[in-house]
Write a new protein. Structure first.
Length: 324
């Protein structure tokens, strides 16, 4: 791998050797696919919602690595190879580099898909990433997940807490935005069972759920986003989608009154799920709550494009409102 990457690096302004490109593409694809399978808890939901495969996500994740940079000299992968610190000197370094760069690309693509599905999640993720950088923490890809670690940590060793066990961490660890990450890392150290590392996506997901949690006599929680503002943004998006339902489908009689009532109920359910853990797999499942006899084929032919259009409108309105 080192020799092949070095050969591409030395190909300046010339036609790239397609055999070298194909070999590297196949290798990075296999790395991406394995990484995704480690991440199945997160990825399976995206596969169900988007009706895509692990293979689709792997290809989309690595594709930007094989685009030429703005100077039209090197592929972005080769440019990263050239600028990697410390410099890559042998085969072991090259394989380490490739695994790191592919894992980072897969994480970025998963985050992009999660943002598209759930703009509230995306906003909180942006806030957490900003806080991680400002707070002097580090992020490391490890076994299919992106983990937040302390500033001086460059390598995760041993067993790490998984997203399922992370859900059982005491609630009081999340009380204060300014200290939450350090409190969680200290707690993990004290328990002694896991390496001190916080799974990023699980952390964001739990913060999101806690924002909407109502528990009597619980202290006011300081999170990365204001609950009332999120509620307003979701309601805004829901109202925009209902407005489009009325103007595009009800008033034009493209859908019957009964069908419009069902679609409105589905939109209400989606908005409710956006407040919680995010929408569940596939729009068909929302419809069969109200139309038990509706087959997947009939849903695809009659309602799929409609609900995806309205949901896209809802997401776009929420995202735009969150940016204000």
């Amino acid at each position: 791998m080192y020799r092949r990457l070095q050969k591409l690096l030395n190909t300046r302004g010339e036609v790239f050797d397609q055999r070298e490109i194909i070999f590297i593409v196949e290798h990075t694809y296999k790395i991406a696919l394995n990484y995704l399978k480690y991440s199945y808890l997160r990825v399976q939901k995206l596969i169900d919602i988007y009706e895509i495969s692990y293979e689709d996500i792997a290809i989309d994740s690595i594709a930007p690595l094989f685009v030429k940079n703005k100077d039209d000299v090197h592929l972005l992968l080769v440019n990263s190879f050239k600028n990697w610190k410390p410099p890559i000197k042998n085969e072991e370094d090259a394989l380490f580099f490739l695994n790191k760069i592919v894992a980072a690309r897969v994480e970025q693509h998963i985050a992009l898909l999660l943002r598209e599905v759930d703009p509230v999640f995306g906003k909180i993720l942006d806030s957490v990433n900003y806080f991680v950088g400002k707070g002097g923490f580090n992020k490391i890809n490890y076994l299919g997940y992106l983990y937040i670690v302390e500033r001086d940590c460059s390598l995760i060793q041993g067993k790490v807490i998984d997203p399922i066990d992370f859900e059982y961490l005491p609630l009081n660890l999340f009380y204060n935005k300014q200290t939450a990450l350090m409190d969680i890392l200290d707690y993990i150290k004290t328990e002694g069972e896991y390496f001190p590392a916080v799974p990023l996506i699980a952390f964001v997901s739990r913060i999101k759920r806690l924002i909407f949690l109502n528990i009597n006599e619980m202290p006011e929680l300081e999170f990365f986003f204001n609950r009332i503002e999120i509620e307003e943004c979701i309601n805004h998006g829901l109202n925009q989608a209902k407005s489009k339902l009325n103007t595009t489908y009800k008033n034009t009689k493209k859908l019957t009154m009964h069908e419009c009532n069902i679609v409105e109920k589905v939109l209400n359910e989606i908005a409710l799920d956006l407040r919680n853990g995010g929408i569940h797999s596939g729009m068909h499942e929302y419809f069969i709550n109200y139309m038990p006899e509706l087959s997947k084929e009939e849903f695809n032919s009659k309602y799929k494009n409609i609900i995806e259009y309205l949901y896209k409108s809802m997401r776009g309105s929420i995202a735009a409102k969150l940016k204000n």
